[in-house]
Design a binder for this molecule. Structure first.
Ligand code: NAD
Length: 265
């Protein structure tokens, strides 16, 4: 399977180059970065401390060789333009980028309506298992259990709450048969009043080099249940994204998620 990685010099882009180089059945044929990046024209392998891969980082997808799948962990605007290229060239796409607003999300869905696509806020196997457990817990634990979601990330992260925290919120809301938008409380400051029963609260920490901590809490007067996930190395996301790319080989057009890839549905 021939792969293009966009955002090749980013924190995740570099991990993805390594993951593709290590995995069986996939080959890096293209890598891009934003125009003006110091990575342009560098060899993708040398860029990440591997041996030469003979793939040079370009500032436009038109300059890359033909590929089967594009893996994108960049930023919403960049991802949208990469999605257009994928749709025009009848490739498949794995999207890890987070932080789309509702309008961008709708645009992405429309661009990729005829494209086999995996979209996941988190490509780790552990997080996806946690999402299933949260939905199951929410079905059993009534609104007597106050539900709260906590996440912590490194200081460079630009969106909040994280895509994974939102996915946890959606899983929790699905388990309770409500819509997250109707019950979410994204911030608390000043005279907030007492906690509204059935709401799902979010809290966010940013600092240092935290790769990604997530926690769903179900808090009753007599007991508290917590489902925790700690990521300690970004490689876990990169390996998951490569697994998703390989899985896409047998799939028709449609939008899939990591739960589909892992057979958790
Ligand atoms: P980063 O800022 O380190 O990397 C993004 C890279 O994309 C940068 O190098 C930037 O120059 C490049 N880029 C921007 N515009 C571009 C363009 N038009 N063409 C090519 N490259 C372009 O960020 P990061 O920490 O690697 O995260 C990237 C995204 O992935 C974020 O949205 C983050 O939330 C998400 N993420 C998702 C998962 C997951 O499992 N789904 C895990 C980690 C990060």
């Amino acid at each position: 399977m021939r792969i293009i990685i966009t955002g090749a010099a980013g924190r995740m882009g570099q991990m993805l180059i390594r993951a593709v180089a290590q995995a069986e059945g996939v080959r890096l044929v293209g890598a891009t970065e934003r125009a003006g990046s110091p990575a342009i024209d560098q060899d993708a392998g040398l860029l990440v401390g591997l041996e030469m891969l003979n793939v040079h980082v370009k500032d436009h997808l038109n300059l890359c060789d033909e590929a089967d799948v594009l893996i994108d962990f960049t930023a919403p605007e960049a991802c949208l333009s990469h999605a257009k290229f994928v749709a025009e060239h009848e490739m498949a796409m794995v999207i890890g980028t987070t932080g789309f607003d509702a309008e961008q999300q709708a645009e992405l869905n429309s661009i990729l309506k005829n494209t086999p696509t995996v979209v996941a806020a988190n490509y780790s196997v552990g997080v996806n298992l946690a999402l299933s457990l949260i939905e199951q817990a929410a079905k059993v634990l009534s609104a007597d259990y106050d539900a709260e979601i906590y996440e912590a990330h490194h200081k460079h992260k630009v969106d909040a709450p994280s895509g994974t925290a939102l996915a946890m919120g959606k899983a929790l809301a699905a388990g309770r048969d409500v819509k997250l938008d109707d019950v979410a409380v994204y911030s608390r400051e000043g005279m907030t009043g007492a906690r509204e029963s059935g709401s799902i609260g979010f809290s966010v920490v940013r600092g240092g080099n935290i790769v990604g901590d997530h926690k769903a809490m179900f808090i009753a007067d007599e007991e508290r249940i917590e489902i925790n996930h700690f990521a300690s190395d970004r490689m876990v996301f990169a390996k998951g994204a490569v697994r998703a790319a390989l899985w896409l080989a047998g799939q028709g057009a449609g939008r899939y998620d990591m739960q589909d890839v892992l057979g958790l549905k």
